[in-house]
Ligand binder design. Structure first.
Ligand code: NAG
Length: 130
């Protein structure tokens, strides 16, 4: 009996703890100092308990600029990251798939990545070939 009401209290506490958290990521996609237009960028949120969530997808504009704002209800802190799909120095007919983590202290504000040199190899990146 006692244990049961305690469990309900715990669940209530967790529900109250979930809060909407927002992150804005902005930057310019660059390949060997040249701005690259129409690059696909996805904003993801890492979940430890189940699959990661895709929050949104944008493409860089004609000058390579992009900005994206995503939010999610989560217990504790969200762990956002972006994935960039691009052809800068990619193998023929392939895309490079590179992940960039958003620093925890940027959550609730804007992470300005300024110039993203896509030619630079990112740890753990993959090739996507047909
Ligand atoms: C691309 O986005 C940037 C930043 O928002 C903006 O300053 C620029 O005018 C845009 N360029 C074009 C061609 O839309």
């Amino acid at each position: 009996m006692c244990f049961r009401s305690f469990a309900i209290l715990c669940m209530l506490a967790l529900a109250l703890d979930a809060e909407l958290q927002t992150i804005t990521v902005t930057g310019i996609t660059v390949c060997h100092r040249r701005r690259v237009a129409d690059v696909r960028i996805e904003l993801w949120e890492r979940d430890t308990m189940d699959a990661d969530d895709l929050l949104l997808e944008v493409r860089s504009n004609a000058t390579g600029d992009f900005t994206m704002t995503g939010s999610q209800d989560e217990y504790g802190s969200i762990a956002p990251y972006i994935i960039i799909y691009h052809e800068c120095d990619a193998k023929p007919n392939c895309q490079r798939v590179a992940e960039y983590d958003v620093p925890a202290d940027k959550i609730g504000s804007t992470y300005d990545m300024t110039y993203i040199s896509m030619n630079i190899f990112v740890k753990g990146e993959k090739d996507q070939c047909p």
